[in-house]
Design a protein around this ligand. Structure first.
Ligand code: ZN
Length: 445
């Protein structure tokens, strides 16, 4: 049995899909205007692990992740770069695909783009208006939150309103009302014909309309980053309910935010890493493992040290399978159990390391289970070990030097346990450290 923490009930719940033969999942995808950053990569990797787990357990899984390709930021960026919106969104979508696939993220089953679904969105809005949940005001269509008594069901709206900035507008009846359709303006002169004039949809309605189209009135899992709970997911719930009196999804999963070196990631302050710049320094598997070393619901403090820790761990795993990396059909049940327990990836990784210890102690029969578990459930160890180390030849030197610096810092801080661990891990990888008067030297064993 899989248990998942449901943001809707604030509880861990056993997962029971609506159709036991077919699980349906929707995750909010990126707004494509720029190079993907590590904050975009986290949900892609987290929900990829969930997707792998669901595929292992259930016969059919449909995973839909959208592309938001119409947005103020897209228009601004395209204008600044003097290119048309389509060129920008195609290019950045391709970058997103390339970057997350470098992190071993499987392609999703359906990836709808908002601009391909304007007709569906318009029909959805018409239905909301017909049911009395929306009104037209000054060429805008607004959702009337006062008509939906459960508004706040996901986010506890009273608390949120105090802290959140809610758009104030003379056109709106209530502060929490949100836009379903907006007219073209000088800041955003691109639009589609609609019963309310030329304009474009609001962001929230995209996900309600596209999830409905591909997954139906009600589906199992809706996921995204924690910052999407309010207003985005709250509004999705309200819109969908307004058309059918039903809760659109049963399980709401949210990953924690990303901190960079201890402070909140902020694109505007330049405090972020793009996936691409990290890939210049680290392999995709290292970045993926680094993201999985923290439980998905917790904030992750993303640092270069975290990446070198992940690299050390992967080197140890690859070393254990260097001479035999045959992939069996069996899965390690302890790792599976950890993942079934609200996707506890840190525990799964700890179990994987225990397996490595056993393999190193001579239990070679565990190798094929270890490799298969890593590949199919965690999306790791997909590279031939020789290639991993060969590709790492150049990086190895850099890596060893980084480890020596890390060990020196640990020794300076009298953290001898860490210093010893670093030395022993390197020894396991065939590298011997020697402390000399001129500093630490290293050589192959
Ligand atoms: Zn969404």
């Amino acid at each position: 049995m899989i248990t998942l923490y449901n943001s809707l009930s604030h509880k861990l719940e056993e997962f029971h899909p609506i159709d036991a033969m077919h699980v349906k999942m929707y995750v909010c995808g990126p707004t494509v205007y720029d190079s993907p950053h590590i904050g975009n990569a986290r949900p892609a990797v987290i929900f990829d692990v969930l997707y792998r787990l669901l595929k292992y357990k259930y016969q059919n899984v449909t995973y839909v992740r959208n592309i938001t390709d119409i947005d103020d930021k897209i228009y601004k960026t395209a204008t600044a770069k003097n290119i048309d919106i389509k060129t920008l969104t195609h290019k950045t979508t391709e970058m997103y695909h390339a970057d997350i696939s470098a992190l071993n993220v499987l392609p999703v089953d359906i990836e709808p783009r908002a601009t391909d679904h304007i007709d569906d969105i318009i029909k959805f809005i018409e239905q909301i208006i017909a049911n009395g949940y929306a009104y037209v005001s000054n060429d805008h269509v607004y959702f009337d939150t006062s008509k939906y008594s459960n508004y706040g069901i996901l986010s506890n709206i009273e608390k949120r309103i105090e802290g959140a900035r809610i758009d104030v507008s003379d056109n709106k009846r209530n502060a929490t009302d949100f836009v379903l359709w907006k007219p073209i303006s000088t800041e955003f002169p691109i639009g589609w014909t609609s019963p309310w004039g030329i304009g474009r949809p609001g962001w929230h309605i995209e996900c309600s309309a596209m999830s409905r189209k591909y997954l139906g009135m009600q589906f199992d899992i809706h996921g995204g980053g924690h910052d999407l709970i309010f207003p985005h997911h709250e509004n999705e719930i309200a819109q969908s309910y307004a058309t059918n009196d039903k809760l659109m999804a049963n399980y709401w999963l949210h990953n924690g935010h990303v901190m960079i070196n201890g402070t909140k990631m902020s694109k505007s302050l330049g405090n972020f890493y793009t996936v691409r710049e990290l890939l210049e320094e680290f392999s995709g598997e290292v970045i993926r493992l680094a993201l999985l070393m923290t439980h998905y619901r917790k904030p992750i403090n993303f640092t270069k040290n975290l990446l070198t820790d992940a690299e050390t761990l992967l080197n140890r795993w690859y070393t254990a399978i260097r001479t035999d990396y045959s992939c069996g059909k069996n899965i390690d049940m302890t790792v599976l159990k950890a993942l079934k327990s609200d996707l506890n990836t840190p525990m799964a990784i700890a179990h994987m390391s225990e397996l490595v210890t056993q393999i190193n102690q001579g239990k070679k029969e565990l190798t094929s289970i270890f490799v298969n578990t890593a590949r199919s459930l965690l999306g790791l160890l997909l590279i031939e070990p020789d290639k991993w180390f060969k590709h790492g030849d150049k990086l190895d030197v850099k890596f060893i030097e980084k480890e020596i610096i890390r060990r020196n810092i640990a020794k300076k801080n009298k953290d001898y346990a860490t210093a010893d661990t670093i030395r022993n891990n390197l020894k396991e990888q065939g590298i011997l450290l020697e402390d000399t008067v001129t500093g630490t030297q290293w050589k192959h064993l």
